[in-house]
Design a protein around this ligand. Structure first.
Ligand code: ZN
Length: 354
């Protein structure tokens, strides 16, 4: 058997500054399971966990990685497994961990739980050959998906669904501006906007990404390097603006988001990958009657909702995880640098040799 190892953030540093470390994967305790990973996918959280976040104390040393898929290798005593999952099953992992017994958890808002943790950010994650997770976080992989697609699914779809459906309440016929249409969460948002009956306008950095956004259901694509995004949005919407802005980029795009949203529209925001501080013109906010919605992760139950859509239409699924480039887990630091460069389209994935 190949050596078990994990990538560790020993101390915060630049992108890729993680240390490879051999380890003995521990046995899962009651309620937990051990997954032999076959693929993991990167998110911006991998970078933030590596860099460290101002004002947030992360438990280092830590293994980054929020998304993963693999095989159930061991199950803790007395652990109930979700439907369709048993020892030896191929599974993917829901990235949010919560207490399961507080009022927020009981009403399904696990991400509002005081004990909420994201795998690979506040506890050891998937940049490893093995990971321990609560059995309740396991999900069966749809038959048509391989481990790479499965790893690319949970975090961005959970996030995009929560933002579009539950927070912004996107309605059929409404238009939504999706920043970063080529990013992992952007590629999910474009497809989910179409599923919800919305009209998606994608923003991208170059023409190659524009082509891919059309394929994912964008009705218009704006190339921000040569077009004024807010001006183009007004032009495309008969001066009205979009009902919803899907914002995850932060400082660099906030001003244009405020200008592009329609009167009475909603801006839903997460991530802020270009920065978290931005001026806010309160007159624009109240005069245009804009609602700003903060969003973080999503309800774990909604991953099951999304899998239902796939199950009901396996031959023509309404969405699919978009995999950009596949690295080997051995090259995880390089995968981090590729993600940071932002040149790809969709999710950056690392494969784990069995
Ligand atoms: Zn809780």
């Amino acid at each position: 058997m190949a050596e078990a190892y994990r990538w560790r953030v020993q101390e915060h540093g630049p992108t890729g500054s993680v240390i490879r470390e051999a380890f003995d994967p521990p046995s899962p305790g009651p309620g937990w399971a051990r997954i032999a990973l076959r693929a993991m996918a990167l998110n911006h959280l991998d970078l933030w966990t590596t860099w460290g976040l101002e004002g947030v104390k992360l438990p280092i040393p830590i293994t980054p990685g929020c998304d993963g898929a693999g095989v159930v290798e061991a199950v803790g005593e007395g652990s109930a497994l979700p439907p369709g999952v048993e020892l030896g099953s191929s599974v993917m992992i829901a990235p949010g961990l919560s207490c399961g017994v507080c009022a927020a958890c009981l009403r399904g808002d696990d991400m509002a739980c005081a004990a909420y943790k994201v795998l690979g950010h506040m506890c050891d994650g998937t940049a490893a050959t093995h990971v321990l997770v609560p059995a309740a976080n396991l999900l069966p992989i749809p038959p048509n998906w391989d481990f790479k697609q499965a790893a690319a699914f949970p975090l961005v779809y959970l996030t995009a669904w929560e933002m579009l459906h539950r927070k912004a309440k996107l309605q059929p016929g409404e238009s939504v501006l999706v920043w970063g249409g080529g990013s992992g969460v952007g590629s999910a948002a474009l497809q989910l906007a179409r599923l919800l009956g919305g009209h998606a306008l994608a923003v991208v950095g170059d023409d190659a990404k524009a082509m891919r956004c059309w394929e994912l259901g964008a009705e218009h694509v704006i190339v921000r390097t040569r077009e004024d995004v807010a001006k183009k949005v007004r032009e495309l919407t008969g001066k009205r603006g979009v009902e919803v802005v899907f914002e995850h980029t932060g400082t660099a795009t906030w001003g244009a988001s405020m200008a592009a949203v329609a009167r009475g529209g909603r801006i839903v925001t997460c991530g802020s990958t270009t920065g978290v501080e931005t001026p806010l013109n309160l007159r624009a906010l109240f005069a245009k009657q804009i609602t700003i919605l903060g969003s973080y992760m999503g309800r774990r139950e909604h991953l099951w909702t999304l899998l239902e859509f796939i199950k009901r239409n396996p031959t023509n699924p309404p969405f699919f995880p978009v995999v950009d480039r596949v690295f080997r887990l051995e090259d995880y630091p390089e995968a981090q640098r590729h993600l940071e460069a932002g040149k790809g389209f969709g999710k950056v994935v690392c494969e784990v040799a069995p």
